[in-house]
Design a protein around this ligand. Structure first.
Ligand code: F6R
Length: 654
């Protein structure tokens, strides 16, 4: 059951299910080697005139993409503090609150967790309280020195009942507040004692109109309303109430009251913050009539692609990437580009390599961010590192960025989340304009990452003079036609959905492609793994004969991404041979081919048509059927597509 506590004094009357044993005597169990932290989570705080429980739970709903292993809420009311926590999805917490509503109050905090250490149990769920039940805290991160702090607290008579690091913070805050009588000062004192990564939001029953927060690493944004204030990991949590936001910087503490916000550093000095207006509205973070966020985000892609080009091309067709604040003189000196990213963003980076090398003649490597710094890469002032991340929070990518900058390289981030950590720590950023991506599996962010990569490659070509103005204008025109091409693909997806349903009972699907079709194959396989929980692999078609072809068995579905027969027709000839090899071994071929490509027809058991595009731009259309395929197949298998098992949207651990 979820724990619901209600404290209005020093003792904490405990509510428990009928027949459940009372809580045992104070006990300090041995500290686990690693704390049961909450490394990747969504956190929300509210102070205002509305029901805090309602605002916080609605905010958590918008943040559930950040983790859905457990959820909890705490509310200040009638001089006390009440909390509820439940393992599992937010729905479980909502049921708990329906059965046992918390007392009405206007100040509260909440949390949704993705567990890394420590099972997703009620006990490990946030908020965590001090012994008196006067302080509640939610936390995103890992407190590395928690074991020592825990022992010290036990030595001072505190009764720590959970194995989480967060509980330590609740106790420390209670102590610090009892000596300072100031919630923000208490938070600063505690933050100065903590080591590791921690973004915290807390309330104290003695301060019914105050929420305090602290940021180190994971993001924390203030939402500024009329007579109400919000605090959250992501603006999506409060966008239904306000679009005015303040982004907190590293090592800052914020105190929220209904009518004001005070931000200081951990040292108490006033701090600089960035105020901004969110340029999308609540409907962008709603399903808008679609069965899932993923379906909606797939459908959003034509607009996302067009929006990412918006304002970046002038009337003459030349590129203006004003945000790229790396001076052209520095870009002209670059002698190597390294792209770092993870997962789907890595696949965008693989495609970027083809475009950058082709259009700029600069050597370009694309590297998994998680591997990058461990192999001692060769970087210097003449290296341009391009870091691609939808969330801007992926720890592997952030660490790669930090490593690159330490070596003197310039870092350009391609990111979808305004003000997130990776762009903040980079030399420049090119934002993708996908709008909020809520479904855990990335779709529209990927297409916009591709557009941004093409823009960066062309811009480098423009600045370095490796592309003539008219060549750039031609590609820019082709790029601006891609939104319509994606729209056309979306209009022809019924046979893909039918095919997906017919393959729902298969165990394995392989994907093959050549050139930019190879990363597309990998992306198709990744979507299928994460959504349908099937064995899926993407191969370079030429590699099949070097081993993987042994996997092919009678009836095995193999999806082939055929390059355009125009332009580099040698690639096309090769893939036609590859399809024949696969088919000769019994595979059931699903061929994604350009309209008018008749050569593949005899070898395709299923043919999926995409519009004709220039070779390098083909991934923008070829990926779309694979997204639809994975989404439909996963649905046919009874899986929940927005929240696939074991995953979270922002991976803020290495
Ligand atoms: C897959 C997916 C992940 C992310 C990866 C990087 O559908 O979404 O593979 O692409 O975790 O995330 P970002 O782009 O936020 O750095």
């Amino acid at each position: 059951m979820g724990s619901v506590t209600w404290g209005s004094g020093s003792a904490v009357p405990e509510r428990r299910a009928p027949g459940a044993p009372p809580r045992g005597p104070p006990l300090l169990s041995p500290a686990p080697a690693r704390p049961y932290g909450a490394d990747m989570c969504g956190i929300v705080g509210y102070v205002g005139a509305q029901s805090a429980q309602d605002v916080v739970v609605a905010g958590l709903k918008r943040l559930e993409y950040r983790g859905y292993d457990s959820a909890g809420v705490a509310v200040l009311a009638d001089g006390g503090l009440a909390a509820a926590r439940k393992a599992g999805k937010l729905l479980n917490l909502e049921k708990e609150l329906k059965d046992r509503p918390l007392p009405g109050g206007n100040t509260g905090i909440g949390h949704t967790r993705w567990a890394t250490h420590g099972g997703p149990t009620d006990a490990n769920a946030h908020p965590h309280l001090d012994n008196a039940g006067r302080v509640a805290v939610v936390h995103n991160g890992i407190i590395e020195n928690f074991a020592g702090l825990r022992e010290e607290l036990a030595g001072r008579g505190h009764d720590l009942t959970s194995e989480t690091d967060t509980e330590v913070v609740a106790h420390l805050l209670a102590e610090a507040y009892s000596s300072s009588g100031d919630p923000a000062e208490a938070m600063r004192q505690v933050c100065r004692q903590l080591e590791g990564a921690f973004t915290l939001v807390a309330v104290h029953a003695d301060e019914p109109d105050v929420v305090v927060g602290a940021r180190r690493n994971s993001p924390l944004v203030v939402g500024v309303g009329e007579g109400e204030m919000f605090l959250a990991s992501d603006v999506a949590a409060f966008i239904a109430h306000t679009r005015d936001a303040i982004e907190l910087g590293q090592d800052q503490v914020v105190e929220l009251r209904r009518d004001g916000v005070t931000v200081t550093g951990f040292d108490g000095r006033p701090a600089d913050v960035r105020e901004y207006h969110v340029d999308w509205d609540a409907s962008a973070a709603e399903k808008g009539g679609y069965a899932s966020f993923m379906l909606k985000e797939i459908a959003d892609q034509p607009k996302a692609v067009a929006d990412t080009l918006l304002g970046r091309i002038d009337g003459s067709g030349a590129l203006h990437l004003d945000e790229v604040r790396i001076p052209p003189s520095v870009l002209r000196e670059v002698d190597k580009v390294v792209v770092v990213a993870c997962g789907t963003a890595f696949h965008a980076g693989m495609i970027a390599k083809y475009a950058i090398e082709h259009w700029t003649r600069l050597p370009c490597e694309t590297e998994l961010a998680s591997e990058f710094r461990y192999r001692d890469p060769i970087l210097d002032q003449r290296t341009l590192v391009v870091a691609i991340s939808q969330s801007g929070e992926t720890m592997d990518t952030l660490m790669a960025v930090r490593h690159a900058r330490e070596q003197g390289a310039k870092v350009l981030a391609i990111c979808n989340t305004n003000g997130s950590t990776i762009p903040r720590e980079s030399d420049a950023v090119l934002y993708t304009h996908a709008g909020p991506e809520v479904a855990v599996a990335s779709t529209k962010a990927f297409l916009t990452q591709l557009v941004a990569c093409y823009l960066v490659a062309l811009y480098l070509g423009q600045v370095r003079g490796t592309k003539w103005g008219d060549e750039i204008r031609t590609v820019v025109r082709q790029l601006s036609e891609m939104s319509g091409a994606v729209e056309r693909v979306l209009g022809t997806m019924e046979p893909v959905r039918e095919l997906a349903r017919s393959l729902a009972s298969h165990d394995t699907v392989l994907f093959v492609g050549r050139h930019v079709g190879y990363p597309v194959a990998m992306e198709g396989a990744l979507k299928l793994k994460e959504l349908a929980y099937m064995h899926a692999e993407g191969f370079a078609a030429g590699e099949l004969k070097h081993g993987p072809i042994a996997l092919i068995d009678e009836g095995l579905p193999v999806v082939v991404i055929a390059p355009s027969p125009r332009g580099r027709s040698v690639l096309h000839d090769k893939i036609v041979s590859n399809i024949q090899e696969i088919r000769a071994r019994g595979a059931r071929t699903v061929v994604i081919a350009e309209e008018g490509d008749e050569e593949v027809v005899p070898y395709a058991d299923h043919l999926i048509r995409i519009p004709a595009t220039p070779t390098l731009l083909q991934p923008l259309v070829a990926t779309v059927p694979l997204q639809v395929f994975a989404c439909e197949l996963a649905t046919a298998r009874g899986n929940e597509v927005d929240q696939p098992r074991n995953l979270a949207k922002s991976v803020t651990v290495e």
